[in-house]
Design a protein around this ligand. Structure first.
Ligand SMILES: Cc1cc2nc3c(=O)[nH]c(=O)nc-3n(C[C@H](O)[C@H](O)[C@H](O)COP(=O)(O)OP(=O)(O)OC[C@H]3O[C@@H](n4cnc5c(N)ncnc54)[C@H](O)[C@@H]3O)c2cc1C
Length: 392
């Protein structure tokens, strides 16, 4: 399958998804409603996503959605990924982030910067979901200031030895392949001495450390990764030695479109729940949706979500067209994550006391929405990226 009609048409600007993308959206919607939604509370309470869900995502081809057909993928681009991620996250954000990280933070840089040998070795397994991908940039002392990372790779004969502790690794408990950033040259300005390594999940010396207890997206494992003398070769380097930081930044520009899609999905779930509850719940002898104050909340949620969705799809389309998207992906992530949190807050309010209990899934949405303003660059870092791209 190839993408023939993303968001724009040859005649000019258009907003229809086209036949192929509509089909993909329908598949994602059906899976989200039939499989993920009934399991989302279980994922949240058990802090785990079952193997069967991972398998079904593979059957649908979503692990390989953006991988070319020659490697066993579906050959779609970022617009399709945004559409699918919105649907999955509408039902279960813990599952959605795993698919986003796998496609945007591992498969995308591997396709863009990888050698033929690296692609042959990894992409078919990533496309089927046999191997799940993880991205490991952050450490205890380096979050927003990602270039301050301290883990190292040192030369040892022909190879490299990796040491250090990475933090906050999404899907790190089950990943078969990690993209790990380490310092290879301490004698140059900090962003210029970092290298990206493709590290197999079963590499001797790579250990999974503590699992974080989180406010939301609890089904998604967030773990510490300990590198204790992990031996790798030059063939495991993604891109060039000491040139890993630009790989990290370019990758995050794409990843932010994924998180923005997640935010739109969570926000949509909040809007859907609000509309339903506003029609059902009666006070003062009528449905609360008849009160103007509640109508205003619903109108504001809808407008902010629709604006966010358009920004997300435009950024995705630009990335597919090979354009620079630093500003657009940050704008999409900033506004969509703020919209998700606005919607989450309003939906709890609309549900009243029941919204503050586990009688309704809106309390989970409220917790899940919060992370979208933090990971892959906190909101103030998105502002920084946007302003920097304008104030040149
Ligand atoms: C659930 C979860 C999953 C994650 N998954 C991954 C993953 O898979 N891989 C990975 O590498 N990382 C991951 N992260 C890490 C995540 O990307 C970082 O938490 C994020 O980048 C923020 O870094 P920090 O937590 O160190 O906050 P800090 O950098 O300490 O920031 C704290 C606050 O200070 C503000 N701030 C910092 N610098 C500035 C500045 N210059 N101007 C204005 N404000 C500023 C920030 O906006 C923020 O509000 C994950 C985090 C979480 C919580």
């Amino acid at each position: 399958m190839t993408v023939t009609d993303p968001v724009t048409t040859q005649a000019g600007l258009g907003f229809e998804l086209g036949e192929e993308l509509s089909l993909i959206q329908d598949e994602a919607k059906k899976f989200a409603d039939d499989v993920l939604l009934p399991l989302a509370t279980k994922h949240d309470r058990e802090e785990r996503i079952g193997d069967d869900v991972y398998r079904q995502i593979g059957d649908l081809g979503f692990w390989g959605l953006t991988i070319p057909e020659e490697y066993g993928g579906a050959g779609f681009g970022n617009v399709a990924l945004a559409v699918v991620l919105e649907e999955l996250n509408r039902a279960c954000a813990a599952t959605g982030v795993a698919v986003s990280v796998h496609n945007s933070l591992l498969c995308a840089p591997l396709m863009k910067f990888g050698t033929d040998e690296q692609k042959q070795r990894w992409l078919p397994q990533l496309a089927s979901g046999e191997v799940i991908g993880a991205y490991s940039l952050s450490e205890a002392g380096s979050g927003s200031d990602a270039a301050a990372l301290a883990a190292t790779a040192t030369r040892d004969g022909d190879g490299w030895v990796l040491n250090g502790t990475k933090l906050w690794v999404t899907s790190g408990d089950r990943a078969g392949l990690f993209l790990i950033y380490v310092r290879t040259n301490p004698d140059v300005p900090k962003a210029k001495g970092i290298t990206a390594f493709l590290v197999p999940g079963d590499a001797p010396g790579l250990k999974v450390g503590k699992h974080e207890k989180k406010t939301g997206i609890r089904g998604s494992a967030t773990v510490e990764i300990i590198l204790d003398g992990v031996r790798l070769t030059d063939s495991d380097i993604l891109g060039e030695v000491d040139r890993g930081f630009p790989v990290a930044m370019d990758t995050l520009a794409g990843g932010r479109i994924g998180i923005a899609s997640q935010a739109v999905g969570i926000g949509q779930a909040c809007l859907d729940a609000s509309v339903k509850y506003a029609m059902e719940r009666e006070q003062f002898g009528k449905p609360i949706g008849h009160f103007q104050a509640v109508q205003h909340k619903i109108a504001d949620m809808s407008a902010r979500l629709e604006a966010s969705r358009l920004l997300v799809r435009k950024a995705a389309w630009m990335r597919d067209a090979g354009m620079e998207v630093n500003r657009q992906s940050s704008e999409a992530k900033m506004l969509a994550s703020q919209a998700a949190n606005f919607c989450a807050d309003e939906t709890v309010q609309i549900h009243g006391g029941a919204g503050y209990t586990d009688h309704f899934h809106v309390e989970r949405l409220f917790r899940d929405a919060r992370i979208t303003e933090i990971y892959e660059g906190a909101t103030d870092i998105q502002r920084l990226v946007i302003a920097r791209s304008l104030l040149k």
